[in-house]
Design a binder for this molecule. Structure first.
Ligand code: UDX
Length: 434
């Protein structure tokens, strides 16, 4: 199949590279000339393990190319995937669909024959109908069909998630779109690595938001249970295991922590709430999840202050990990932002280390002293706080950490270390839900 990918952000670039690796011929289009130039030199705009090698090998094989010229990019395409951003609209939290509709306009105008326009960006229910209206207005005679194919890949594990997904969801309203998408995902159904689920288009659109809201709920649920464990004298990790072994619940996404962040959960839960409001069909559980998660991030800052004796004025606090999760440089809605701001508001001096996030962190945080390693972050600090569970923080020499700190306090917001291990090294340990 000949595939055009509009947008070379996380979803677009990973999907485009993986489709080409399936054997399809893929052209990735982006308006940002510097990004396209960089991609042509095999410089990735994001940090994602394995992506540069995947792009390089498919470019070399002649299956993957990049352009800023949308008209040339869509020429002869069987499917044009729309993978542009859908940020939260300022003020109301609605998904901002102007990039999606803008791209669709251009694509319809440029296409000369039948093709399927597929939304891969996360878009609210009914967006496909709107895309269809644009097709009817701009190019009704071209035989263009509209489908929805939400993407579930996670940052940091994006290639594996794309190639070995739990399922693929395709929302279609006609046989042509169904056939094109079936061909595109044939490599996955051939080796039976994933069920390809065909639904109506509106159903597919809801599936994506429902999945993200459910996962955000699962995390928030265990986070609140963690708070209860702390005051009631129980261990949340054992509780998570105890409930997670029940197959109906499942063990994944039950790691208590400082709250979820990232480019999807915060934005998509808000957008889903707006949709629910528009349809006057309240989602009270998701409302509670959003509020609880927002409040949790600052509460984590206060937790650190409390562990440090209630006053951090003038004290240095070392932070390990800034990104919203490991293996990414993404700082969007990272809990580290609210935690650091709370500490700074209380007068603390923040010293931080993150293996990949520094550049992005510098754009959103002020007055942070960045260092080049975990031990440097601990040096002369009154506490060391693990905010993101990078592998590099999993086997620290805790004795050395202790000797570097002025006050031997380890606040482990990801429960990386067993308390006894830290205590054996002479550290005072504060975890989550312990
Ligand atoms: C998520 C969805 O998993 C993915 O399917 C969707 O396509 C995009 O949104 P992503 O944002 O990349 O992916 O990260 P994910 O691994 O899901 O983590 C999201 C946040 O939840 C992170 O801040 C992470 O630290 C937190 N989290 C996750 C927990 O606090 N506990 C958990 O058990 C799991």
């Amino acid at each position: 199949m000949r595939i055009t990918m509009i947008g070379t952000g996380y979803v677009g670039l990973v999907s485009g590279a993986c489709f080409s690796d399936f054997g399809h011929e893929v052209v990735c289009v982006d308006k940002d000339a510097s990004k396209i130039e960089a991609l042509e030199r095999n410089v990735m705009p994001i940090y994602e393990p394995g992506l540069d090698a995947l792009v390089a090998s498919n470019v070399k094989a002649g299956r993957l190319s990049f352009t800023t010229d949308l008209a040339a990019g869509v020429a002869g395409a069987d499917a044009v995937f729309i993978a542009v951003g859908t940020p939260s609209r300022r003020g109301d939290g609605h998904a901002d669909l102007s990039y999606v509709f803008g791209a669709v306009h251009e694509v319809v105008a440029a296409l000369t024959g039948p093709a399927v326009i597929v939304t891969k960006s996360t878009v609210p229910v009914g967006t496909g109908d709107e895309v269809e209206r644009i097709v009817a207005e701009v190019g009704p005679e071209k035989g263009i069909k509209v489908a929805s194919n939400p993407e579930f890949l996670r940052e940091g594990a994006a290639i594996d998630d794309f190639k070995r997904p739990d399922r693929v969801v395709c929302g279609v309203e006609d046989d042509f779109a169904r056939e094109v998408l079936a061909q595109i995902y044939r490599p996955l159904s051939l080796n039976q690595s994933a069920p390809v689920l065909f639904t109506r288009r509106r159903t597919a659109e809801i599936i994506k938001y429902a999945a993200n809201a459910f996962l955000a709920t699962k995390i928030t649920f265990i986070n609140e249970i963690a708070d209860l464990c702390e005051v009631a004298g129980a261990d949340v990790q054992e509780v998570a295991r105890g409930i997670g072994l029940d197959n109906r619940i499942g063990r994944k996404f039950l790691h208590a922590g400082p709250g979820y962040g990232g480019s999807c959960f915060p934005k998509d839960t808000l957008a889903l709430l707006k949709t629910a409001q528009d349809y006057e069909s309240p989602l009270r559980i998701v409302e509670a999840v959003v509020t609880a998660n927002d409040q949790r991030k600052r509460a984590m800052g206060r937790k650190v202050i409390k562990a440090a004796g209630g006053d951090v004025k003038g004290k240095t606090i070392g932070i390990l990990g800034l990104t919203f999760k490991p293996n990414t440089d993404d700082m969007r809605d990272s809990p580290a932002i609210a935690i650091i701001q709370t500490l700074q508001d209380a007068g603390a001096v923040v010293r931080a280390y993150d293996p990949e996030g520094r550049e992005q962190a510098e754009k959103v945080l002020n007055n942070v002293d960045y260092v080049d390693g975990p031990y440097e972050a601990a040096e002369g600090a009154a506490a060391l706080v693990i905010v993101t569970e990078w592998d590099a923080f999993r086997a620290l020499d805790l004795g050395r950490i202790k000797s570097l700190l002025t006050d031997p306090l380890l606040v482990d917001l990801r429960n990386v270390y067993p308390p006894v291990e830290a205590e054996k090294a002479g550290l005072r340990y504060v975890g989550i839900g312990k």
